[in-house]
Design a protein around this ligand. Structure first.
Ligand code: OGA
Ligand code: MN
Length: 223
């Protein structure tokens, strides 16, 4: 008897293939995908506990532009961030899950995603991130953005929505409440977006799947 082993089966059973399929379809058809209550519950709980167990000084004022060396422009963004590496069990579980998504997207959309970078973000009450794009054609290798929210019991009056705009027009496409477990995915070059001020502390993870833009004699590490 021969054993049939497809790559599909190699995906861990904890991964919600239906979710990955919908994200893939939405990206192909409209360039963005929004899912309330979507991150697997154990991972969500782990990330939530981790973000609240971290000392405050792990979070640093966010910069603008690649490599974070550019101006800290308080008129553009006020949040603080902490980059995620595999040091914590929660961080590692997140990287494992996003890696499954990366492999799924590559297999079904042929995006050639090569690496992933992500950070926790903390917006204090009143903090914002003005309208921006995560990538500009030809200037960045960020291809797909993912955002996940870690705020239990978020109410509409808490505000802090993510507003996504149609490219090159001020037309609002969709407004996302940053509720616990909501996942937002979009093509990084295509959608200007902004974070509106909230009335309470707001926690999210923002991540970017990237293609490899290395030249022959240049390595291209994340960030
Ligand atoms: C970002 C971003 C959105 C959010 O960090 O680039 O747009 O809702 N975050 O936290
Ligand atoms: Mn952004």
């Amino acid at each position: 008897m021969s054993v049939v082993f497809t790559e599909e089966l190699a995906i861990e059973p904890t991964v919600d293939l239906k979710l990955f399929e919908t994200i893939t379809d939405n990206l192909a058809n409209q360039g963005y995908s929004i899912h309330p209550n979507a991150l697997p519950e154990p991972l969500l709980t782990q990330l939530h506990q981790h973000v609240h167990s971290m000392p405050d000084d792990y979070f640093k004022r966010a910069g603008i532009g690649r490599e974070e060396q550019l101006m800290l422009n308080q008129f553009v963004r006020k949040d603080e961030v902490c980059w995620i590496n595999g040091d914590s069990a929660a961080g590692q579980a997140w990287l494992d899950w996003t890696n499954q998504l990366q492999r799924y997207l590559n297999r079904h959309l042929f995006l050639g995603l090569f690496s992933f970078e992500s950070h926790f973000a903390h917006y204090s009450p009143g903090d914002f991130y003005k309208t921006h794009k995560d990538a500009f054609k030809g200037e960045s290798n960020r291809v797909v953005t993912i955002v996940v929210y870690l705020n239990p019991d978020w109410l509409k009056e808490d505000q802090g929505e993510l507003v996504i705009y149609q490219d090159d027009s001020q037309q609002e496409l969709v407004r996302v409440t940053p509720s616990f477990g909501t996942i937002v995915v979009f093509l990084s070059e295509d959608f200007p977006h902004e974070v509106l001020p909230a009335t309470r502390d707001r926690y999210s993870i923002a991540g970017w799947f990237r293609v490899n833009s290395s030249g022959n004699n240049r390595v291209d590490p994340p960030r």
